[in-house]
Design a protein around this ligand. Structure first.
Ligand code: NDP
Length: 249
């Protein structure tokens, strides 16, 4: 088992997509699991029931918290500690993509929304992780292959926000290494989740999926496996590193 029963993993944006797959993979791997979501109660209930089927009723909790709101992020960590015990792993996963267009057409409201969620939100979650994690703790940031490819004419704002997360991963790994806390990131390629439909481009999966060396889009579970490994003691000498579950893209 990658995790001990005392391990408590907190995943932001765990109700759907990659976060949901990660919550389930952590539960299956023996950890207790807390996950957050922003507004979709039905998806959160469904994921919670699936997690509790693996952990038992006391082993998984779902908490509503917007990562953009400092007080909600602080309450998320406090509630997790109070209900499940000391937090040993954090997955900084919540993120958004807005609709596809060149930068020249993007409104400042859209830019604020993407930067607030993907940069400010991720920084607030990482800050609370830095405060909460103890020796042997681990943080995994969910970045994107977009940080390397740039997403021209589609989402350069999103790509830039994920570039910031990559830089945070490097800096924080150096800051927290002396405390025995590891900080790593995954940079997924195109993954089959609702994020593409929400950005108004559901056809992106079929259009771009075949264009990588493995010839298909990835499944959320294929990202979750990499996250579980980075969180676990199997990766005890790995920090400041990136795993790219991107089909070779
Ligand atoms: P989904 O849209 O499927 O799920 C997003 C999750 O994040 C939901 O649980 C959602 O909750 C939550 N969320 C969104 N905004 C906030 C917020 N402000 N506060 C708290 N929770 C929030 O996305 P994916 O699973 O596809 O993406 C997860 C991560 O993976 C993101 O960071 C994304 O950038 C990254 N990624 C995804 C790729 C892909 O192709 N799918 C590729 C590369 C990276 P609710 O439903 O309640 O709003």
């Amino acid at each position: 088992m990658p995790f001990a029963p005392s391990d408590v993993i907190l995943i932001t944006g765990g109700s759907r997509g990659i976060g949901r797959a990660t919550a389930l993979a952590c539960a299956r791997a023996g950890a207790r699991v807390a996950f957050s979501y922003r507004s979709d109660d039905a998806a959160a209930r469904d994921t919670l029931a699936a997690c509790q089927a693996l952990t038992g009723e006391d082993g998984a909790i779902a908490l509503q918290a917007d990562v953009v709101e400092e007080a909600q992020v602080m309450a998320l960590f406090a509630s997790t500690r109070q209900r499940l015990g000391p937090i040993t792993g954090v997955v900084n996963n919540a993120g958004i993509v807005a609709s596809s267009m060149p930068l020249a057409d993007m409104s400042v409201e859209r830019l604020r929304q993407v930067v607030d969620t993907n940069v400010l939100g991720a920084l607030l979650v990482a800050r609370e992780a830095a405060r909460a994690l103890v020796d042997h703790g681990a943080l995994v940031n969910v970045s994107s292959m977009a940080s390397r490819l740039g997403s021209p004419n589609e989402y350069v704002d999103y790509a830039a926000s994920k570039g910031a997360l990559d830089t945070l991963t490097i800096g924080l790994s150096k800051e927290l290494g002396p405390r025995g806390i590891r900080v790593n990131a995954v940079r997924p390629g195109l993954i089959e989740t609702d994020i593409h439909a929400r950005a108004g481009r559901p056809e992106r999966l079929a259009e771009l999926g075949p264009g990588c060396p493995l010839g298909r889009a990835g499944r959320p579970e294929e990202v979750a496996e990499a996250i579980v490994w980075l969180l676990s003691d199997a990766a005890s000498y790995v920090t400041g590193a990136f795993i790219d579950p991107a089909g070779g893209r």
